[in-house]
Design a protein around this ligand. Structure first.
Ligand code: UDP
Length: 586
């Protein structure tokens, strides 16, 4: 199970077989014959060397070396990883290091196809793109140049989807997109239904851009005006409750659309003088201005734990270690802004002006297990809030220190931070990313999600089937004396511990898996992290197959009340291309 098996004596880094597979396929550099030419340790060396170059503008050669060493150690120990494009592209000719972009779409054929071209450029480099289509005139509206009828935002969506399909990102991964339409756009009903048929718009997440006015109309049972964005005039009225029900029904059926709460997002827009935020990146965790990009990095919480003494006592958070990694993580991401090669001049401008970064976490479920806290408990929510408050405070401290050493971000004086008394290097500091791939590399639970399964069979490329067991479960099973092959096989068959005999109740409680966590608890955890995250939180509210439409409505309403910036649900089995399935992930 070690990387050694794959890289001989060249690398002594301990990685899971899965991590090695992922790295070999898409991250490690290859020569022209497509042979892998670096080891995982060399990859981290390449990234550390490249990113630390930024330090030369601010410090002595010794400081550059120190930063490079710390970056390398932090990645190699799998305590911190930057988003995938940084791992793939640092120190290469491409050199594009950000995962998240927002591209504006103007209401003209020229504007639409300009955005399409910009999307293509970004996808080529491994970035994901978000768009608001809200400014496009509705279907059937007048087109002055041709005296014809406009085809409307939803028809253009499919062009973006198709183009995404064709441009496989740098040969490494297909682009991901977020499409947003405001709730008061005349085509909103069509938008809500846009992913109703299987296999359409598969490269898009869709979210309705929700306003507070709309939510008030829903709650009070009132009508709501739809507005033509071209004229600014109302084009009809609709019962807000009925429109909301359409969103809820479609989400129950297909998982789309999610909601993004635009007013709440804009109340926290750090740079309102530069305009309103109308969209987010593909998975919703970074609200961005038009042409803004953001670089993400995540700390592996499973490795921020101090072992309990004596051995069986629950472990505790290693707060000093966490503080140190937060400071170096912020510094790493701030350096990336300097060495990044931007796909467009407009993106370079906005990104360098605000210097947004998104430091977050992965391995939260693993950490809870090690601390002896059940994900599905009130303590988990309280702890999540405390943990994220600490990370946010320390991230701001780190950014303030960088501002003293390097200067505040250029737009600081006209930002909301100018009233705050201390200068900051970055307009935002924290984001909770999905960490879909980097959590596999780090071998931890993804983002702030619960465990997907305790044990499962994984099919690997060669056709072999691998038995994967959560390492913390295996360890506890051995320590507490209920380990057996039969027990593991039983767990693998169902993915969950619920019906397996011989496992103590407290262990069952600790290893709760995602579809056994009540939806409300998923949401409470999301809201707890959001409370101390200046960007947003990527979280999927997983629901069992038999969840009801009313259950979905309750979650969508509660997400707004709890001040989440967005909400996404997924009901088991409701999508044909499910990434992971019980018993047989991937
Ligand atoms: N992303 C993308 N394509 C993908 C996966 C991710 O463009 O196939 C972008 C997207 O903006 C997403 C962000 O990367 O919101 C972060 O996703 P994640 O944390 O899962 O990426 P990782 O760094 O683990 O690959």
């Amino acid at each position: 199970r070690l990387a050694k098996a794959a890289f001989g004596s060249r690398d002594d880094l301990k990685l899971s077989i899965n991590a090695v597979e992922v790295l070999k396929r898409r991250y490690l550099l290859k020569n022209e014959a497509r042979r892998v030419v670096e080891t995982p340790s060399e990859l981290f060396g390449r990234v550390a060397r490249h990113v630390a170059q930024a330090e030369a503008d601010y410090g002595s050669p010794a400081a550059v070396e120190e930063a490079q060493r710390r970056f390398y150690e932090m990645m190699r120990s799998l305590e911190f990883l930057p988003n995938s494009p940084t791992l793939m592209n640092a120190g290469t000719r491409l050199g594009q290091l950000s995962a998240c972009f927002v591209i504006p779409v103007d209401d003209s054929i020229e504007g639409i196809f300009k955005a399409l071209g910009e999307m293509a450029r970004i996808h080529q480099t491994g970035g994901g793109t978000g768009f608001a289509f809200s400014r496009l005139r509705p279907r059937g509206d007048v087109v002055a140049s041709t005296q014809g009828h406009a085809s409307g935002p939803i028809s253009f969506l499919s062009i973006f989807d198709k183009a995404t399909e064709i441009i496989v990102q740098g040969g490494k991964r297909r682009g991901a997109n977020m499409g947003i339409l405001r709730c008061d756009h005349p085509d909103v009903v069509e938008f809500i239904e846009a992913k109703g048929r299987r296999g359409v718009l598969t490269n898009f997440n869709l979210s309705v851009g929700i306003t507070d006015k709309f939510m008030r109309a829903v709650v009070n049972g009132r009508d709501f005006a739809l507005v033509n964005p071209r004229t600014g005039r109302p084009s009809g009225r609709i019962k807000a409750g009925a429109l909301f029900d359409m969103m809820v029904n479609a989400a129950w059926r297909t998982g789309d659309p999610g909601l993004v709460f635009l007013d709440h997002i804009n109340r926290h827009n750090p740079t309102p003088q530069q305009g309103a935020i109308e969209a987010t990146n593909p998975c919703g965790e970074v609200p961005l201005l038009p042409f803004e990009s953001c670089i993400l990095g995540s700390i592996n919480l499973a490795r921020m734990v101090a072992e309990g003494r004596p051995r069986r006592a629950a472990a505790t958070v290693d707060w000093d270690k966490l503080r140190d990694r937060v400071h170096w993580g912020v510094r790493f991401l701030d350096d990336v802004i300097d060495v990044n090669r931007y796909p467009l001049e407009s993106i370079a401008d906005v990104t360098r002006r605000n210097r947004k970064i998104g430091l977050g976490v992965m391995g939260f479920a693993d950490m809870l297990i090690r601390l002896g806290i059940a994900y599905d408990s009130p303590q988990a929510v309280t702890f999540a809030r405390r943990l994220m408050r600490f990370i946010h405070t320390e991230s701001l401290n780190a950014s303030a220190q960088l501002a003293r050493d390097r200067g505040a971000f250029p737009a600081f004086r006209r930002s909301i931070h100018a009233q705050g008394g201390r200068r900051l290097r970055n307009a935002t500091v924290n984001t909770i990313a999905p960490t879909g791939t980097i959590s596999i590399i780090a071998g931890c639970s993804s983002g702030i999600e619960p465990l997907f399964a305790v044990s499962f069979v994984r099919h690997v490329l060669s056709g072999t089937r691998l038995f994967e067991v959560n390492p913390w479960f295996e360890r506890i099973a051995r320590e507490r004396g209920f380990y057996s092959r039969q027990m593991l096989a039983d767990v693998a068959a169902s993915g969950s511990l619920t019906n397996v005999k011989g496992i103590p109740p407290d262990v069952k409680r600790l290893f709760v898996t995602t579809f056994d966590v009540p939806a409300r608890q998923h949401l409470e955890i999301q809201a707890a992290f959001q409370k101390h995250t200046d960007n947003a939180v990527s979280k999927t509210i997983n629901l069992p197959a038999d969840a009801t439409v009313d259950g979905v409505r309750e979650i969508y309403l509660a997400a707004h009340r709890l001040r989440c910036k967005g909400i996404t649900i997924y009901r088991y089995g409701s999508k044909s291309e499910q990434v992971l399935s019980m018993g047989e992930p991937n």
